[in-house]
Design a protein around this ligand. Structure first.
Ligand SMILES: NC(=O)c1ccc[n+]([C@@H]2O[C@H](COP(=O)([O-])OP(=O)(O)OC[C@H]3O[C@@H](n4cnc5c(N)ncnc54)[C@H](O)[C@@H]3O)[C@@H](O)[C@H]2O)c1
Length: 368
């Protein structure tokens, strides 16, 4: 079967991950074009990854008839518009997390793709991270008995690009940026049960001058099957990306540290090139990772999505998955705003971005 021809929107951090992931799965797909608005960025990206075509406007890329699948790696506020444009152009879509800013956007994205008969795939790579997948296989085999608590934490020193800190472009802070992974993870790990309630404690602990966004949060999700998900999100942890899970059942438990647990505990007085994402230094004690993209699951995610386009696999993460996460994000911010647990479903209308439910609790109250 021929390779899936992919066009990437965006040309920085996540675009690099995806271009690298596609190269790691050369039998499944190839990146044939990239679009990015800053003059020279798309061209430099194309040269770096040997991509034949580069555009400065995503609509130009969408007119390219050879492209089958669009991979959106642009700031959150662009996700909905680009998905809808891509669907109208008859292209399948992979959208990076979080799906979008609002529930209305989520519905419009799902609707546009359904009407156009194209796939809307939601890029949650934790569903493919080998260590986490192994934990789920053990749980599904019954190794831990009845699982009643799943914890996921994602923490680093704060995002690399300015737009993440601007809540008008990102929709929120650490919960929006990192919590979306943990919300999706706990839900998926437990077999996608109904969600009963959400409670979140959040604050801007460190970065007041830089952002109105939350930079530290603990979010507790109560599932219909009685299990609890606990998601820790932080932009206040120097020392490189920290991503780990804990799973507890009545017959056992498991712990998985995706990055540091797969790294080489290393001491260097002089430093070296690269340790791990968001590590500010390589001097002293560090945890250089190997096979970083593989440990995250990016190549495996790419293979799955390419095979979905070819009809060989059924999506395990789609627009509906992203929408579930979006609802929990709304509830988390509303919970922080009101200082109480939010019962689900919670689907307020007309909210411009999730963080508004924290900053303006009257919006959350009106929606109860
Ligand atoms: N799955 C993950 O683990 C993961 C990791 C990082 C980022 N992401 C997500 O990927 C998205 C991008 O994040 P990033 O870290 O790559 O950000 P980034 O700032 O590094 O890159 C964003 C890119 O989008 C481009 N862009 C902006 N407006 C555009 C437009 N109109 N058309 C085309 N390109 C445009 C920018 O020029 C830049 O190249 C975000 O939604 C983020 O949440 C996911």
């Amino acid at each position: 079967m021929s390779k899936v021809r992919i066009g990437i929107l965006g040309s920085r951090f996540q675009a690099d991950c995806i271009a690298g992931a596609v190269k790691a799965m050369p039998e499944e797909g190839e990146v044939v074009a990239v679009a990015s608005p800053t003059k020279g960025h798309a061209a430099a990206f194309a040269q770096r990854h040997s991509i034949p075509r580069a555009y400065t406007d995503h609509r130009e890329l969408l007119r390219d008839p050879t492209i089958e699948l669009i991979w959106i790696t642009t700031p959150n506020r662009w996700h909905a518009q680009m998905t809808i444009d891509a669907a109208k152009a008859g292209k399948h879509v992979v959208c990076e997390k979080p799906l979008c800013l609002t529930l209305e956007e989520a519905d419009a994205m799902i609707d546009a793709c359904r009407k156009a008969g194209v796939l809307l795939l939601y890029a949650e790579e934790l569903f493919f991270a080998p260590k986490y997948l192994k934990a789920k296989q053990l749980a599904d085999e019954g190794a831990f008995g009845r699982v009643h608590l799943v914890k996921q934490g994602e923490k680093h020193s704060g995002p690399h690009s300015e737009w993440f800190w601007d809540v008008a472009q990102s929709g929120g802070g650490a919960v929006m940026d990192l919590g979306c992974h943990g919300i999706a993870f706990c839900w998926w790990f437990l077999g996608k049960p109904t969600i009963k309630s959400v409670y979140s404690q959040m604050a801007t602990q460190v970065h007041h001058e830089r952002s109105q966004g939350d930079d530290e949060a603990v979010t507790i999700i109560e599932f219909g099957n009685g299990a609890i998900g606990m998601v820790e999100s932080s932009w206040n942890r120097p020392g490189g990306m920290d991503d780990r899970i804990e799973v507890f059942g009545d017959k056992g438990q498991t712990y998985a540290d995706m990055l540091m647990g797969n790294a080489l505990p290393t001491y260097s007085e002089v430093g070296f090139g690269y340790a791990v994402e968001k590590a500010a230094t390589t001097k002293g004690w560090t945890y250089p990772v190997f096979e970083e993209h593989w440990n995250y699951g990016f190549p495996q995610e790419t293979r799955h999505f390419a095979r979905c386009v070819r009809g060989k696999e059924t999506p395990i993460s789609d627009g509906e998955t992203g929408r579930v996460v979006q609802e929990v994000l709304y509830a988390a911010y509303a919970s922080a705003g009101l200082g109480r647990k939010i019962s689900m479903p919670f689907r307020p209308k007309g909210i411009a971005k999730p963080i508004d439910l924290w900053k303006k609790p009257e919006l959350a109250k009106a929606a109860l």
